[in-house]
Design a protein around this ligand. Structure first.
Ligand code: TPP
Ligand code: MG
Length: 897
């Protein structure tokens, strides 16, 4: 090895004198280690450290410990099971997992798959599944286990041995549409709702949601919604995955909240997809520093038992130092090198190290395992983690990517993409893991399952039975809710008279009533990332409390005010701070409690609408996959309705971004009664009918008198996305249909008056509550018609509503024009779309609506222009109106402004 790769070149003993002193100090330490308790030794070291600091000798601040196992052999508990039978089971699982991927790749469709992740983590899972992870059983929710997405083949292979999956399932891995059902590439509850609990394959999301899941489990207990238990959340993640900001972003929350119900296992195979995670340094050490610094209990599992005696005889710490100085890029090389190379390059650094291993053959040296492949070491770490109190634990387990694949990819940079094994490689794998498959057969990579009464299968089943059942496993444990009282949703049917009210206030009112309801109240989980005061939800602080496991250890400065910051252990509100990703993670935990805990909690996550679908869109996608329920509420919505805040805050995008999430039902309501009806129907669909959908609702801070629900309106229309709100006051020759959405509805109503009074156009006004619902409905009708030729046509709801409507059509919303465009083809003639494409501005509402061309005047001009195009009026009339209404035709296009 070249000198340049050494991390620390300070010699341990520059001269004999210092060496002697060191010896004496170490002897003293050995003495107290042998005769005092660990606490006493700790105190002694602390005093020494303080004395040195006081004398001006500061030690570098480091949260890192030497590059050796945290748990020495002397503290390892005995292994509770049969290592031999478990090894055989694990080999069978390894084989079948590998065979699945290899066979999938001989399929002409070549659907791919990954071998190397599970190959590196098989021991980590098997020790857990044989001895630790408890399945939901009876009243107990069991442990919640997040499985690394790319390790999915290992879980399928195990379920195959258990008899939960058939050979056909395995053959249909990544061929999900095949007859008999297939297996999804990765953990997706949407695709395999009885099997997978947590989607984990978008890296970084599993880590953050697991933290909030552990916290939510506490919340349920602290609020008396679940009995207290010792269940754990286990999170298995990749070392490369730790680079995602979401992975490490919430570590301090976990320690602050003392989540000792949370255990992470980071599979440190030192590799990601393209190459080493940290070629030039050490990922395990870096992570140890980050986790310890964040207050976690860190257990390093680096070396297997064949290193124990070497480390025990390493009196001078030479070996530990050598282990600590080898960078990961080189460590990866050692994992694939022969013994002679390891002897020369690793131990050859110091003659004393060479001497340590002179009794070992090259073959023995090459076989010395990493800790993550040693069940004893892994078991010791898990046993310590489940016992640990007061903080979360992370286990940093050193493994080798592609372990067992031999030449085919073990420890190689290409390992992650390795999907094929040639015949020799298959034979070698088979022999190494002792799978009873003949030479003639091995090339087919057949699946192998021993008889049901074989020792392996019996053992595997017995272990799972003792732990409550199979894992992974998902089931809906909650019973449907009864429909909440109708009174909760009728306050605004008659409007607010002359009293101004914003839709945000109307929403806050509905939420408060729900929370006060004796039946459903306790199930409501309001989640707010530091914007409660913005949305007027601070009034909830005092009566309902902000959840804090520690209670409130201080008197809040605003104690004397009505909406003081009231933290309490059974507080109902989750106030997440400036942290939309964390708040969304809480939403997901609360919105899936119907499955994971059998509790129908109903989350309402209220946030600045621009920081939702845009900022944390991938978490919202995950919420769809995991069949999350609840209401996302985008406050201060609408590009022109939120005044002053400007480009980064003015949301005209989110409703378009809601389109691709298939089970997200999105509404942009204008009036209070619409909100009541939408929320009531949401609760009915999600919690009474148990549909796997969730809701997105935008609310705004523009205040105006909330009208009574007009006679023309129907609940069906409100929920389907469109209904007639106000017909023209009188009949005219010129006719128009105006459509408004959200706060822009008021602009359409103003335009109605303007058109009638100034331009003799009779306009009917419609409220559009959901472009997305109208779009989906139209697509479904089109599809049905296409597939049922000759049968009576189905009409989209849009056509149903406006098929016979007269005149020209103009649609205006506070969102991008793609929304009205998406429903345009179901109108009897092409409508004009007005919307807010372009970057926002800090301005007042009126100026913004002029800038984006969505105010009453612009709606009127669009109407007149359409009438002129239709030959009903002259173009000069439009030109005149443009002048009259003070519209500047030379104004720049807001799209590019
Ligand atoms: C957000 C995201 N980006 C990229 C990927 C593609 N990807 C899948 S696995 C992988 C490498 C994973 O490395 P690591 O976390 O170390 O896991 P290992 O397989 O080594 O255990 C990448 C980049 C992804 N799944 N998600
Ligand atoms: Mg890795």
């Amino acid at each position: 090895m070249s000198n340049s790769t050494r991390v620390d070149q300070t010699p341990i003993s520059p001269n004999g004198e210092v060496e002697l002193e060191l010896r004496e100090w170490l002897d003293s330490l050995d003495y107290v280690l042998a005769n005092r308790s660990p606490d006493q030794v700790r105190e002694l070291l602390y005093q020494l450290h303080s004395r040195a600091e006081a004398a001006g000798v500061s030690l570098p601040i480091t949260a890192k410990t030497p590059y050796i196992n945290t748990i020495p052999r002397s503290q390892q508990p005995p292994y509770p099971g049969s290592r031999e039978v478990e090894r055989r089971i694990k080999s069978l699982i390894r084989w079948n997992a590998m065979a699945m991927v290899v066979r999938a790749n001989s399929d002409p469709a070549s659907p791919g798959g990954h071998i190397s992740t599970f190959a590196s983590s098989a021991t980590l899972y098997e020790v857990g599944l044989n001895h630790f992870f408890r399945a939901p059983n009876g009243d107990s929710s069991g442990d919640l286990v997040f499985i690394q997405g790319h390790a999915a083949p290992g879980m399928y292979a195990r379920a195959f041995l258990e008899g939960r999956l058939t050979e056909r399932h395995l053959d249909n891995y990544r061929r999900e549409t095949r007859e008999g059902g297939g297996l999804s590439s990765y953990p997706h509850p949407w695709l395999m709702p009885d099997f997978w609990q947590f989607p984990t394959v978008s890296m970084g999301l599993g880590p953050i949601i697991s933290i909030y899941q552990a916290r939510f489990n506490r919340y349920l207990q602290d609020r008396g919604l679940r009995p207290a238990d010792d269940a754990k959340v286990w999170g298995f993640f990749g070392d490369g995955e730790m680079d995602e900001p979401e992975s490490l972003g919430a570590l301090t929350l976990a320690s602050r909240e003392q989540l000792d119900n949370l255990i992470w296992v980071v599979n440190c195979n030192l590799q990601r997809l393209d190459g080493p995670v940290r070629g030039n340094s050490k990922i395990i050490q870096e992570l140890e520093g980050a986790f310890r610094g964040a207050g976690w209990n860190v257990i390093k599992v680096i070396w297997g038992d064949d290193w124990d005696s070497l480390l025990e005889s390493d009196d001078e710490g030479l070996l530990a130092r050598r282990m600590g100085e080898v960078v990961d890029g080189e460590m990866q090389k050692f994992s694939v090198s022969d013994g002679a190379h390891i002897r020369e390059q690793f131990f050859g650094k110091d003659p004393r190290l060479l001497k340590m291993v002179e009794h070992l053959t090259d073959e023995q040296l090459a076989k010395m395992r990493r800790g993550g492949h040693d069940p004893d070491k892994v078991h010791a770490a898990y046993a310590a983690a489940v016992k640990h109190e007061g903080t979360p634990t992370v286990i940093l387990a050193h493994t080798i990517k592609g372990y067992g694949l031999g030449e085919a990819g073990e420890g190689m940079n290409v390992s992650h993409q390795q999907k094929k094994l040639n015949e020799d490689e298959l034979r070698e794998f088979r022999t190494r893991f002792g799978i009873p498959i003949d030479d003639d057969d091995v090339a087919r990579a057949p699946f192998y399952k021993p008889a049901d009464d074989s020792e392996e299968i019996r053992y595997l089943k017995e272990r799972r039975a003792a732990l409550g059942g199979s894992l992974p496993q998902r089931s809906v444990r909650a019973r449907p809710l009864p429909m909440p009282s109708e009174e909760l949703f009728t306050e605004f049917r008659d409007g607010t008279g002359n009293r101004d009210m914003a839709t945000t206030m109307a929403f806050a009112r509905v939420l408060t009533k729900l929370m006060r309801d004796k039946d459903i109240g306790a199930l409501i989980v309001p989640i707010i990332p530091d914007e409660a005061r913005t949305f007027g939800l601070d009034a909830l602080f005092r009566p309902f409390g902000i959840y804090a496991h520690a209670g409130q250890k201080y008197e809040p400065v605003d104690r004397s005010t009505l909406s003081y910051y009231n933290e309490s252990i059974d507080g109902q509100i989750l106030e997440e701070g400036i942290n939309e990703a964390g708040a969304m993670s809480s939403f997901i935990s609360a919105g899936t409690a119907y499955a994971s805990h059998g509790v129908n909690t109903i989350p309402f996550f209220v946030y600045y609408s621009m920081f939702g679908l845009q900022r944390i869109g991938d978490l919202i996608w995950l919420a769809g996959d995991i069949r999350c329920k609840g209401f996302l509420v985008g406050g201060t919505a609408g590009r022109t309705t939120l005044a002053g805040e400007g480009l980064q805050h003015n949301d005209g995008n989110s409703h378009l971004l809601a389109y691709p999430v298939p089970n997200l039902v999105a509404y942009d309501p204008a009036f209070a009664y619409e909100i009541e009806i939408i929320i009531r129907d949401g609760i009915r669909r999600m919690y009474v009918e148990q549909e796997d959908v969730f809701y997105y609702l935008t609310v705004e801070n523009d205040s105006y008198p909330m009208p009574a629900m007009p006679e023309s309106a129907t609940e069906e229309g409100i929920l389907k996305g469109m209904y007639p709100f106000r017909p023209a006051h009188r009949s005219r020759k010129l006719k128009a249909q105006l459509f408004g959405s959200g706060a822009i509805m008021n602009m359409a109503l103003e335009a109605q008056v303007l058109l009638e009074e100034k331009y003799s156009v009779a306009a009917d006004v419609w409220s559009i509550t959901s472009f997305k619902e109208l779009h989906n409905d139209g697509l479904a009708a089109d599809r049905w018609n296409r597939l049922h030729p000759g049968q009576p046509r189905r009409s989209p709801w849009v056509t149903e509503c406006v098929g016979d409507a007269k005149g020209v059509f103009v649609i205006a919303s506070d969102y991008v024009k793609a929304l009205p465009e998406s429903i345009a083809r179901w109108f009897p003639r092409m409508p004009v779309s007005l919307g807010t494409d372009g970057f926002g501005r800090s301005e007042g509402r009126e100026a913004l609506r002029d800038h984006f061309e969505v105010d009453a005047r612009w709606i009127a001009i669009a109407t007149l222009s359409a009438l002129a195009d239709d030959g009903q009026i002259g173009h000069e009339a439009v030109a005149e109106a443009i002048g009259e209404l003070g519209i500047d035709p030379k104004k720049t296009n807001p799209l590019t402004a």
